[in-house]
Design a protein around this ligand. Structure first.
Ligand code: FAD
Ligand code: 2HG
Ligand code: ZN
Length: 480
């Protein structure tokens, strides 16, 4: 059912007292124990301004040893904590629900090593994704993931959410690219899994438990990641399609014809485009005004400048002739490419500016994916704007419902319908954003009872007092 769950603070958790503050200052030094109201207000509020906690304390560790000491102390006192990276998460996972201590990883931002032969980067969890991108660029390498939040999100947050993003279609999941981790358990134990090997079959691969665990099993303090070399030729096309079937068929052809140089295949519907044009400054549609229903971005990345470009041009020409593509343009330089990406990456920001938003991040069979958007539009009528966009190449739909203000009546028409629909088609109710607070009690739509119970057992083994990111990820009925 979808009855709203009235969340209660778990009374097992202690509240902060003066001795705790003294202890934290001993561990971290005065200035890394933050009680400033303005800083706390921002850290209590998520990116969408939808979830708000009421923590009075933010800690900023600078080393793994400090993270370990903080957690050991919090565990002994039964003080709940929320690990926080760049706070760009979209499911309410990165902010406190009540008065949990915020452990902000932003001060752990050192690059530890980079091996130019293997492309393996080892760094601290608080490194901002864009800073890693710039660092690697100078070395002639790229990050295997890219997302609209790159300017603020941290690699530790990316790994903790198993973020997907815009290059997933080419480089795959962080479960493949992350070679090693260092994580601190609830009791302060430091787990050194910071391997830099491509192959290592010695027992259970524990790092995978932490990838995508959203801060519920430990705090990731260091990451080792395999980075691909930067290739010299990147091309980007911005296309229009008349209907969803054309987008889908175009994807099949792109996989077949562009093959190993395909590096992104993204789509947005005209409703998403309208939002971007109406709410973001300086953004314009690169295609002449017309009644296009869908837009597709195709990026190729390869090593042969003229060949790659010709290949994409020939592809566009061919599928324009047969009508799969209604109109299209190739970016002529890096600035134009940036402006095309701005349209696609700007959709979440435009939605935020437009008012209240209900977000659904779904994996669905590609041929069924847009049916849901249309059904939802019919269901809600003019009460709300229903937009669909996302990582078509990965079968990942971002269904967003935008309205002037949050409205429980509308929400009641959306949920549980959207989850039931997804479950019926054997989809996932969280393709890439995680469960966080928003979907902790919805996990059963995508996972069997037996799987959820095993997850709860693992959680209890690693964090017996449940201090790590409580109320998130797993159903509250099973964890408290
Ligand atoms: P936070 O938001 O701070 O935290 C996210 C979760 O991870 C929380 O549960 C938190 O407790 C936990 N956490 C953070 N750091 C640590 C750590 N060091 N150890 C343990 N737990 C930790 N997501 C995608 O997958 N693909 C996208 O394309 C994408 N695009 C986005 C675009 C925009 C504009 C925005 C705002 C968000 C987007 N996201 C996307 C969602 C979000 O950016 C990602 O989930 C990102 O990986 C979160 O990183 P962060 O550092 O901000 O983590
Ligand atoms: C994206 O792909 C992000 O732009 C955000 O994952 C999706 O806002 C959303 O629903
Ligand atoms: Zn996404």
């Amino acid at each position: 059912g979808s009855a709203p769950i009235v969340m209660q603070r778990n009374p097992m958790f202690s509240t902060i007292n003066a001795d705790d503050i003294t202890k934290f200052k001993e561990i971290l030094g005065e200035k890394n124990v933050v009680q400033d109201e303005e800083v706390l207000l921002a850290a209590n509020t998520d990116w969408m301004q939808k979830y708000k906690g009421s923590s009075n304390l933010l800690l900023q560790p600078r080393t793994t040893e400090e993270v370990s000491q903080i957690l050991k102390y919090c565990n002994s006192r039964c003080l709940a904590v929320v690990p926080q990276g760049g706070n760009t998460g979209l499911v309410g996972g990165s902010v406190p629900v009540f008065d949990e201590v915020i452990i902000n990883m932003g001060s752990m931002k050192n690059i530890i090593s980079f091996d130019k032969v293997s492309g393996i980067l080892v760094c601290e969890a608080g490194c901002i994704l864009e800073n890693l991108v710039s660092f690697l660029d100078n070395q002639g390498f790229v990050m295997p993931l890219d997302l609209g939040a790159k300017g603020s999100c941290q690699i530790g947050g990316n790994v903790s959410t198993n973020a997907g993003g815009l290059r997933f279609v080419r480089y795959g999941s962080l479960h493949g690219n992350v070679l090693g981790l260092e994580a601190v358990l609830a009791n302060g134990t430091v787990l050194d899994m910071l391997g830099t090997l491509r192959k290592d079959n010695t027992g259970y691969d524990l790092k995978h438990l932490f990838i995508g665990s959203e801060g519920s099993l430990g705090i990731i303090s260091k990451v080792s990641i395999l980075t691909p070399p930067k290739l010299s030729s990147v091309n980007l096309a911005f296309l229009a399609c008349k209907d969803y079937v054309s987008c889908q068929n175009l994807l099949l052809e792109a996989k077949r014809k562009l093959g190993n140089i395909l590096s992104a295949f993204e789509f947005l519907d005209s409703h998403s485009m309208d939002l971007v044009l109406n709410h973001l400054e300086g953004v314009r549609n690169p295609l002449p005004p017309s009644m296009h229903n869908f837009y597709v971005l195709i990026e190729t990345t390869g090593s042969d400048q003229s060949y790659d470009k010709e290949k994409l041009e020939a592809f566009l020409l061919r599928y324009m002739e047969v009508g799969l593509i209604s109109d299209g343009v190739l970016a002529q330089d890096i600035n134009q490419a940036f402006s095309f990406w701005r349209i696609r990456e700007g959709v979440p920001e435009a939605l935020m500016k437009a008012g209240a938003v209900y977000k659904y991040d779904l994996s669905l069979p590609i041929e069924k994916m847009y049916d849901l958007v249309e059904e939802m539009r019919m269901r809600l009528g003019p009460a709300a704007k229903v937009v669909g966009y996302g990582h078509l190449g990965d079968g990942n739909l971002h269904l967003n419902i935008s309205l002037p203000e949050y409205d429980d009546t509308v929400l009641g028409q959306v949920e549980p319908f959207v989850y039931e629909w997804t479950s019926k088609h054997r989809g996932s109710i969280s393709a890439e954003h995680g469960l966080g607070l928003m979907k902790a009690n919805k996990i059963h739509y995508s996972k069997s009872t037996e799987s959820v119970h095993l997850m709860v057992s693992i959680k209890k083994l690693l964090d017996p007092n449940g201090i790590l990111n409580p109320y998130k990820v797993l159903p509250s009925s099973l964890t408290s």
